[in-house]
Design a protein around this ligand. Structure first.
Ligand SMILES: [Zn+2]
Length: 289
């Protein structure tokens, strides 16, 4: 059993030829051996995906394949632009319509901006984990934090009822205590220096989880292979498999995240119990409510 906790449909990339129909997503899952995918909207924030991948699109697409797809919902914390806006109508509706988490959250705001904290807190009250993208890029997208992730830690403390699911280049760069200048938005290479913010916060806060999707998750787990295996084993109760596949043409290749997972399972590089948790049990446990 394999659950992809981070999938997309619609026009995520500006190139319309890469439009991901729901049937295309199912074809990718069949080709890669994925049983269920969580589908994450992107279009609610201007920094997000391009077109035709908002919460309504996601709910409608998932309704066609209820045995294979799980919808997430998305709200921009700047909606009406005040730190005390009440989101309960939206959260209650999305939850009633089957959405299991909020994400992919990626506005260009400080991670602990009061408007973001307001949304995190309310999502937690409705039992909806928050899957975020973190990237410090002027021309890109994603929530912002400094070295050591102090703003994420502030949110973890301020919103103890909310489960946060970490994702993205800046989050994963902080797996190491040393983050090379200029590489907080990329894929740092080489040995991981112990004492990084990501393992420190995962150890300290049980409301921090992470998905291991995308180039950033893959890079963090493979740049220092021995560290990667130890990391997966230590945090086997807080990590979830994912791909973050965004393109129609991905059906023609095996994504690195899937290839890594096949290597780990076929060559028994982790204990069976850890593999099962990261592959699907953790997602089922977190998203069952
Ligand atoms: Zn994504």
């Amino acid at each position: 059993m394999l659950v992809d906790v981070h999938g997309h449909i619609g026009r995520v990339l500006t190139d319309r030829r890469e439009f991901v129909e729901v049937t295309n997503l199912i074809a990718k899952m069949d080709a890669w051996g994925i049983d269920r995918t969580c589908v994450l909207p992107l279009s609610e924030s201007p920094e997000g995906g391009y077109l035709e991948c908002d919460t309504e699109d996601v709910i409608a697409a998932c309704a066609r394949y209820p045995d294979r797809l799980t919808p997430f919902c998305l709200i921009d914390p700047r909606f009406r632009n005040h730190p005390q806006i009440d989101f309960s109508d939206l959260l209650e509706e999305y939850k009633a319509r089957g959405c299991k988490a909020l994400g992919e959250l990626l506005p260009k705001l400080d991670f602990d901006d009061p408007r973001a904290l307001n949304l995190y807190r309310q999502a937690g009250q409705y039992g909806l984990p928050v899957l975020f993208d973190m990237m410090d890029s002027e021309t890109g997208y994603g929530l912002r934090d400094g070295h050591g992730l102090p703003r994420l830690e502030h949110a973890l403390q301020t919103c103890p009822e909310t489960v946060f699911i970490g994702h993205g280049p800046t989050f994963w760069a902080e797996i190491s205590a040393e983050v090379p200048p200029g590489e907080r938005t990329g894929y740092p290479q080489g040995a991981i220096v112990p004492g990084g913010a990501v393992p420190r916060l995962l150890r300290r806060y049980d409301n921090l989880w992470a998905d291991i999707s995308a180039g950033s998750g893959y890079n963090a787990l493979t740049r220092d292979p021995a560290f990667g295996l130890e990391f997966l084993e230590e945090f086997q109760d807080q990590l979830m498999f994912g791909t973050d596949s965004c393109a129609r043409s991905d059906v023609n290749r095996i994504p690195p995240n899937v290839a890594l997972w096949r290597d780990l399972t076929e060559n028994r590089k982790l204990p069976e119990a850890a593999l099962e948790k990261i592959a699907w049990q953790n997602a089922e446990r977190l998203l069952q409510s």
